[in-house]
Structure formats: structure tokens, C-alpha cells
Write a protein that binds this ligand. Structure first.
Ligand SMILES: Cc1cc2nc3c(=O)[nH]c(=O)nc-3n(C[C@H](O)[C@H](O)[C@H](O)COP(=O)(O)OP(=O)(O)OC[C@H]3O[C@@H](n4cnc5c(N)ncnc54)[C@H](O)[C@@H]3O)c2cc1C
Length: 433
């Protein structure tokens, strides 16, 4: 049995801790803030509550696998339900597309409704990722791999110079399709000229598996995992910041905190490794991707009639997410903003004819800086800076013996599926006690 210390209590840390405890290890989790969950948590004010970060997930199988491999199946604890639409996109020329998930034919119909013939172009693009997904899922995302000995088909993809920008430009004459395909990366703060083309397989995953949410809010996943920490006897130290790792002769022996050192045979870094001096030198060529501006709004009366996610393209990209809890007769929405946002976000929203200003009862505004400070790093993980980024970040192994990396900074993209897979990889690398 190894003494494992998990640094960080966001989804990546929680998932790593419950998996390793189930494998029989003696696990301690340290979290700098007073509560667990990181971005997978709730914001509340004046009787309203909103998901602070994620409001849906792709690949629900990752969450199902996590719950099954660490205790009871997810169905016993949470209601994970599919969303009808992945999202609606509205463009500056007043056209729009409602993108359904989980169905190829429904996507053909949705794009054909925008302009006949676009449907086939879209699904051909998505289908071009089927093999990338298959190869990378098996050889890179779901099973541990050796960076010095990657399977040939994995290495060919990771080594490709083709960028998503180039691929989309070559594939689509219609700029709107490029915007739809590029959106998940723009939303996470990337420049498509720096994102490798293979990462666009997100579109394939959305089409094939759809997007899913949890009834009552995604933060319930964090709360369920917190309960599981107790069942699995994980020692949880909240309000405890890890300040560094103690490394002797190349091997980790403890995690340093303000309250003293915690002895460890194995450490899981589920935070931005830049925050731990012993790891910072290994990631000095990578940079974090920055979260958007986030405004949670409580409204009097019913909210605008919108799907779960609406993307408004323009000089600034605005994303409206419906959902959240509200007192009787009220409703809740969250708005994200990126790009040239030179006025109040609700005013910018009103320009797109989604005007909720007269209904506002309460609002919580968080700048990217507020969010990064709150979570001790960016939950958006590592900024894509070209194909080398996969080598410039850590995970699942690190150069320090006994130290592994999970979470958004250890994955090829932020988002709960990748983060959940990173925890599974770390657990597979370490193995049973
Ligand atoms: C606004 C927003 C919307 C999003 N929407 C979605 C979505 O709809 N779907 C989706 O799949 N993903 C979404 N994401 C991404 C998703 O939230 C993240 O990928 C995921 O939650 C990251 O989990 P994590 O554990 O890696 O990091 P975090 O959630 O950032 O957790 C890190 C934890 O470590 C703690 N910590 C930091 N430093 C230390 C230290 N030195 N010592 C101890 N503890 C420390 C922090 O306090 C925090 O609790 C969204 C993110 C944001 C910000």
C-alpha cells in the first residue's frame, strides 16, 4: 500500500483520489480552499444557484466508469441525462444552426436547414475524425503510454504539423461551419492556428455520444465524489495549500504545506504544476489557457427561451447557458464572454436581441483573473501552442519519480472527459496496492 497525497480537490484530484483509494492505497487529499470541487462547484447568491464552471459533459462513459470503478454506479447517485441540442450558434448575418448531438442524420438536417448541401459537408468533416478518435482513444487517452515509445499511429498524429485552422480553412468555404467546428477551442481560450488538427475530433465525439448534464446541476458530481472520499476513507485536508514537493535523490518523499510536510510515496499533482516549484521547471515552456469572463444572472420571471447553450458570434463571442436553481417565479442564466468586450456583458447580449436587463434580480461577475485566483490556476489547462504542447506539459508521468499529473493541466484539452480520463490513466499507471 502506497501513501498517496493528491494535491488539488477539483474534478481531477477527486477522481484520482477515489480511484486510488479503491485500489487499496492510503490516500490524503490536500485542497487550498475551504471547499472541494474546484471549477466543478456551485455559486449561490440571493436564493439563486449556478454551476460555477461545467454545465454539461461530453463522453458520459468517463463519469460512469469513474463511479463504477470507485464504488456504486452513477445511476444510484445522480441523474445523468442527455441534452437535445449540443448548442445553438447564431451568426452576425442573422443565420443560425441548432446543433444536435448523438445523431449524424439530425446534424445533416440541421446544417441543410441553414443552407442545402452544408449538412453533407459537415458530417463528412466529422467522419474524417473517426480514425483519429479510435487511435488516440486506445493508444493515448484510455491506456498508459510510454512517451519514448508511442505506437506509430499515435506518434504520427501527435507529430502532425497540420493545424485546426488550416484543416477547417481547407475543408469549409462557408465561414460559419469553420466557426461551429472551431468553437470548443475558442471557448477554451485557444487560437485555432496553434491547435493541432487532430484535436478537432471533439466534433466527432459530440456527434457520436452527444452532450449530457446532471439534473440539479453538474456540481452534484463533485458533491457525490466528496461523499465517496469519506466512504473510501480518504483523509481530506481543506484550507491546506501545497507549497512544494520534497524531493530526495530524484524521488518524491513528501508534500510541503504551511502546516508541515505530509510524507508520501506517491504524489498526484492535480493542479497547475507551475504552482509547485519542484515541477515548475519542467513546464516552463507551456502557458495556461485563460477562462472567459463569467457572469451569473438571476432573473425575475421566465428566462429567455433558449437551449442549454447558445453561442453568439461577433466581435466578442458570447455564450449563454441556461439552467441553475432559482426561487419560484424566477430563472437563472450564465453568460461567458471572450474577445472584444468593451461594454457590460448584458448590454452586449442585448445587442444580439437577448435582452434580460429589465429582469435582473441579482448577478455575480467574475473576471478571468478572479477565476484563476479562486481556483489557484486555470481550470482550462494548458494553452495550445502548436504540436509541441503535448510534450511540454506533464502527465500521466512526470520526470520526478513517484509524481504523477492529472487534471486539466495534464490533458490535451480541458473539460471533464479529458480530466476524468487523466485520473484513470494515473490510477492505471500506479496500479493496485
Ligand atoms: C467557466 C467555465 C466553464 C466550463 N464549462 C465546462 C463544461 O461545460 N463542460 C466541461 O466538460 N468542462 C467545462 N469547463 C472545464 C472544466 O471545468 C475543467 O476542465 C475541470 O473542472 C478542471 O478540473 P481540475 O481538477 O483539473 O481543476 P480545477 O477545477 O481548477 O481544480 C483545481 C483545484 O486545486 C486546488 N488547488 C490549486 N492549487 C493548489 C495547491 N497548491 N494546493 C492545494 N490545492 C490547490 C484549487 O483550489 C482547486 O480546487 C469549464 C471551465 C470553466 C472555467
Amino acid at each position: 500500500m502506497a501513501r498517496v497525497v493528491v494535491v488539488g480537490g477539483g474534478f481531477g484530484g477527486l477522481a484520482s483520489a477515489v480511484r486510488l483509494a479503491k485500489l487499496g492505497h492510503d490516500v490524503t487529499l490536500v485542497e487550498r480552499s475551504a471547499t472541494l470541487g474546484g471549477a466543478l462547484s456551485e455559486v449561490s447568491q440571493d436564493g439563486f444557484a449556478w454551476d460555477a464552471g461545467p454545465t454539461y459533459t461530453m463522453l458520459p462513459a468517463v463519469i460512469r466508469d469513474l463511479f463504477r470503478k470507485s464504488g456504486r454506479p452513477v445511476e444510484r447517485e445522480l441523474e445523468l441525462v442527455p441534452l437535445d441540442l449540443v448548442r445553438e450558434h447564431r451568426f452576425e448575418d442573422d443565420t443560425s444552426v441548432r446543433l444536435p448531438g448523438g445523431s449524424r442524420s439530425a446534424q445533416v438536417a440541421a446544417f441543410d436547414a441553414m443552407s442545402p448541401g452544408l449538412g453533407q459537408r459537415w458530417v463528412d468533416h466529422v467522419a474524417s475524425y473517426a480514425e483519429d478518435w479510435d487511435v488516440l482513444r486506445r493508444g493515448y487517452l484510455e491506456n498508459p503510454w510510454d512517451p519514448t515509445d508511442l505506437p506509430r499511429d499515435v506518434a504520427a498524429r501527435l507529430g502532425s504539423r497540420e493545424t485546426l485552422h488550416k484543416r477547417l480553412k481547407r475543408t469549409f468555404k462557408d465561414e460559419r461551419l469553420r466557426m461551429v467546428a472551431g468553437h470548443p477551442f475558442v471557448a477554451e481560450g485557444h487560437d485555432l492556428r496553434n491547435v493541432p488538427a487532430w484535436a478537432g475530433m471533439t466534433a466527432y465525439v459530440e456527434q457520436r455520444f452527444g452532450t449530457w448534464t446532471v439534473v440539479g446541476g453538474m456540481a452534484r458530481i463533485g458533491a457525490a465524489l466528496e461523499q465517496r472520499l469519506a466512504t473510501r476513507r480518504v483523509a481530506v485536508l481543506t484550507s491546506t495549500e501545497a507549497t512544494d514537493l520534497v524531493v530526495r535523490e530524484g524521488r518524491v518523499v513528501a508534500v510541503a504545506t504551511a502546516a508541515g510536510d505530509l510524507d508520501a510515496d506517491v504524489v498526484i499533482c492535480a493542479v497547475d504544476p507551475r504552482r509547485l516549484p519542484a515541477l515548475a521547471a519542467y513546464v516552463e515552456r507551456s502557458m495556461p489557457a485563460i477562462p472567459p469572463v463569467v457572469t451569473h444572472v438571476g432573473l425575475e420571471g421566465p428566462g429567455p427561451d433558449l437551449p442549454h447553450e447558445l453561442v453568439l458570434h461577433g466581435e466578442a463571442t458570447l455564450v449563454v447557458r441556461t439552467g441553475g436553481r432559482a426561487p419560484d417565479g424566477c430563472s437563472a442564466i450564465t453568460v461567458h464572454g471572450r474577445g472584444k468586450l468593451s461594454e457590460d456583458i448584458l448590454r452586449a447580449l442585448a445587442r444580439h436581441r437577448v435582452d434580460v436587463r429589465a429582469q435582473v434580480v441579482t448577478r455575480v461577475d467574475r473576471s478571468p483573473r478572479d477565476l484563476v485566483e479562486r481556483w489557484g490556476g486555470s481550470p482550462m489547462g494548458v494553452l495550445w501552442q502548436g504540436r509541441a504542447t503535448t510534450r511540454q506539459r506533464l502527465g500521466p508521468r512526470t520526470p520526478v519519480t513517484g509524481v504523477y499529473a492529472a487534471g486539466a493541466h495534464a490533458t490535451p484539452g480541458a473539460g471533464l472527459p479529458y480530466v476524468g480520463l487523466s485520473a484513470a490513466l494515473v490510477a492505471a499507471e500506479i496500479g493496485p496496492a
